[in-house]
Ligand binder design. Structure first.
Ligand SMILES: NC(=O)c1ccc[n+]([C@@H]2O[C@H](COP(=O)([O-])OP(=O)(O)OC[C@H]3O[C@@H](n4cnc5c(N)ncnc54)[C@H](O)[C@@H]3O)[C@@H](O)[C@H]2O)c1
Length: 352
């Protein structure tokens, strides 16, 4: 199969490229390397057949890249509320405009299957258990751009199958390592400083290992079907933040949990997620445990394969701030982006 990974040089994309290539697929990665971390695509993505450095907001570049593909996977974008809050216009262009422009390119090129990477963050804060039929409750820019992109893609893709994957928070080792999400960050801090920062603790967070994400993507690509949405994770891996900290502390016994405020004012997400739909379709999916991801990061830190977790290269908020301050990434205000900005601004959130 010819698969185009948009944003495929990132944390998940680098693992997905390796996995899909090992299964014999022809993988093209399109990525602008927007964090300018001096990533060498040949080292990062040795298994990609083709690497194209391009901006995922550029309709012509996307049209060229997706022509002849059997599937297009959109993993580009700004991940998480802190990075999106740096510049809302930019976040809307990367997280909302880009997937729509890519879908327009995919339909024009008759690509049969489009996969969109969304997030369980769309559920925001909810009592009880959320599943794919629960109305989204987006609490910030990141979640709103994902919800709107999902909605718009579902309305515009007719002859193309659409798979929306709402990911749990991802952990584990990748050639393009991020250390800014909860498990990886706590583990790296435990090794680097001997302290595990914990704000709040009672909020629940579903987790998934990065190789499980790559495996599920491969299964989905082999079995496209209509328009479908899956929460990507497993029921066994719904933890509170405090439980995650305790797991890290057990793996790194020399560290101690450093309790901050009772509530994490910066991140109000709190939900228990049902992954029953995924488990029914793929019973062997997502079996890697939290402790495995913790072990991988701890071992890589111990072996000095990873450095100071506060470096911008491991952190999208810091990396984006550095890139933006240097003028290397800005809102482009192209015709396509202006049109999609207007849609975002006009979105009605009262019906959520
Ligand atoms: N990692 C997680 O915990 C997690 C959780 C839920 C959802 N997701 C979703 O999965 C997807 C991949 O996440 P990730 O952790 O690999 O992120 P990442 O930041 O590591 O990778 C994103 C990649 O997209 C590229 N990119 C972004 N905008 C671009 C543009 N306009 N032009 C060219 N390249 C561009 C970046 O250079 C980067 O390589 C995202 O859509 C994210 O929202 C991730």
């Amino acid at each position: 199969m010819r698969i185009v990974l948009l944003g495929g040089a990132g944390y998940i994309g680098a693992v997905a490229t390796r996995h899909l290539a090992a299964l014999g697929h022809h993988v093209t990665v399109v990525d602008g390397l927007i964090y300018h971390r001096d990533d060498d695509p040949r080292r990062l993505l040795p298994d990609a057949e083709t690497f194209v450095r391009a901006d995922l907001r550029d309709p012509l570049a996307l049209r060229r890249a997706v022509t002849g593909a059997d599937a297009v996977v959109h993993l580009g974008g700004l991940v998480g509320e802190p990075a999106c809050a740096v510049d809302e216009r930019l976040a809307v262009e990367l997280n909302y405009a880009s997937p729509i422009i890519a879908a327009e390119a995919a339909t024009a090129a008759d690509v049969p299957h489009y996969v969109f990477f969304s997030s369980c963050s769309v559920y925001g804060s909810r009592d009880g258990t959320v599943d794919e039929d629960t109305a989204p409750n987006p609490l910030g820019i990141y979640a709103r751009t994902k919800v709107l992109a999902e909605r718009r893609l579902a309305g515009m893709l007719e002859g193309t199958a659409l798979t929306v994957l709402r990911l749990a928070t991802v952990h584990g080792r990748s050639p393009r390592q991020r250390l800014d999400s909860v498990v990886n960050r706590m583990t790296a801090q435990a090794i680097a400083t001997g302290r595990i920062p914990l704000n709040g603790g009672a909020q629940r967070r579903p987790l998934v290992h990065v190789t499980d994400v790559a495996e599920i993507l491969a299964l989905m690509l082999n079995a496209p079907g209509g328009h479908r949405t899956f929460n990507l994770g497993s029921d066994r891996e719904n933890f509170t933040i405090a439980e995650i900290a305790e797991t890290v502390q057990t793996a790194v016994p020399t560290s101690r949990i450093d309790r901050g405020p009772e509530r994490d004012e910066a991140d109000a997400r709190d939900y228990r997620t049902s992954f029953a739909r995924l488990a029914t379709a793929f019973p062997d999916a997502c079996t890697t445990r939290l402790s495995q991801g913790v072990r991988e990061i701890a071992d890589a830190m111990d072996a000095k394969e990873l450095g100071d977790p506060d470096l911008p290269e491991y952190d999208n908020f810091r990396g984006l701030t550095a890139s933006r301050n240097a003028g290397r990434i800005t809102a482009v205000r192209s015709l396509a982006c202006e049109r999609l900005h207007a849609e975002y601004a006009a979105a009605d959130w009262s019906t959520q």
